[in-house]
Design a protein around this ligand. Structure first.
Ligand SMILES: NC(=O)c1ccc[n+]([C@@H]2O[C@H](COP(=O)([O-])OP(=O)(O)OC[C@H]3O[C@@H](n4cnc5c(N)ncnc54)[C@H](OP(=O)(O)O)[C@@H]3O)[C@@H](O)[C@H]2O)c1
Length: 293
């Protein structure tokens, strides 16, 4: 029997590189990116707000310090959140802003901070009920024509929100929270709607932000024993089994949250193969606390 095709390599997330996590130096970010690329991870997830609007510049400094990295990387740039502390937010109200004026400004800022002239995917970070899909589609097409943007993606969009772009603009990816701690995208149609459009799901917080590895947390407590019991069957540790559970979902790439290069090889190996159905469901049931009906 032919062996199954290998699963796609995960994406590396940058949320915890800087002030929201590991506070890496530009050189350490460059080392992390080089290690990821050498393991086949070529996609880097970014957002203008990460590190309180500092992490894109940190990545930009890493790219400037290590010529050659940029050309090997595919950059996913999320925009569309204005934090209370974001510049140019006079009322200090945290909100979503998918107006074309804000998106254009945020893309300008992203390209400048990264020191690049193009991102591979521009991604709407959160659904904004005030969004105008026709205006956004026209803006994205103009940015594509100008060579500043490759594909168009969304994040945290449910099935109905995704439908707003049907017939207007192809969606290449929907980045959604997906782990054994957060499975609502499987039940509410979000994952199915993403796949139905030929888009990939990018699963953020696959370890529940690390909480799934904490036996004191509610979900981590429920999963502690089954993870330890099953991990050895697959030659993985509990974190690897959690990643493989997510990577098993079709058309889904894990977005890794680590800032530690020593974890990357194990993570890539964990994401490279699917779990058998019975093992996948056993963990799903352990996390839910009850079997499927
Ligand atoms: N679209 C959105 O709205 C959205 C929201 C949140 C996040 N994201 C994206 O998703 C990415 C991943 O999210 P996340 O950071 O929450 O992912 P995660 O993988 O659930 O959590 C990462 C955390 O778990 C820790 N960890 C990893 N492996 C571990 C292990 N074996 N043992 C103990 N701790 C371990 C990491 O620490 P170490 O650094 O020490 O490994 C890190 O602190 C982010 O970087 C961001 O790009 C997107």
């Amino acid at each position: 029997m032919p062996s199954p095709a290998p699963l796609p390599a995960p994406v590396l997330g940058s949320m915890r590189f800087g002030d929201w996590g590991a506070r890496l130096s530009p050189d350490a970010v460059a080392d992390l990116l080089a290690a990821a690329l050498d393991l086949g991870i070529d996609t880097l997830d970014l957002a203008d707000i990460y590190g309180g609007h500092t992490t894109n510049a940190l990545v930009g400094a890493a790219l400037a310090a290590r010529p050659g990295l940029r050309a090997r990387l595919r950059l996913v740039a999320k925009v569309g959140i204005r934090m209370a502390s974001s510049p140019g937010n006079p009322r200090g109200v945290q909100h979503y802003d998918l107006s074309v004026a804000h998106l254009r400004r945020a893309l300008d800022g992203t390209l400048a901070a990264l020191g690049v002239d193009r991102v591979d995917t521009v991604m709407l970070h959160r659904f904004d009920p005030l969004l105008e899909p026709a205006a956004i589609a026209a803006w994205v097409r103009a940015e594509q024509a100008a060579g500043r943007v490759g594909g168009f993606g969304v994040s945290n969009f449910d099935a109905h929100a995704l439908a707003l772009f049907d017939g207007r603009l192809p969606v290449v990816a929907n980045q959604i929270e997906l782990s054994l701690a957060q499975t609502s995208a499987l039940d509410d149609g979000t994952l199915a709607a993403t796949r139905a459009r030929g888009a990939e799901a990018q699963a953020w917080s696959p370890l529940g932000g690390g909480g799934l590895l904490d036996p004191q947390s509610p979900a981590g407590g429920r999963l502690h024993a089954p993870l330890r019991a099953m991990a050895a069957d697959f030659g993985l540790d509990p974190a690897g089994l959690l990643l493989r559970w997510v990577a098993t979902l079709p058309d889904t790439r894990v977005v890794l949250g680590t800032a530690n290069p020593r974890r990357l090889a194990d993570a890539v190996r964990a994401c490279g193969e699917a779990l058998p159905r019975d093992a996948w469901y056993a963990l799903h049931e352990a996390a839910r606390g009850h079997p499927v009906p």
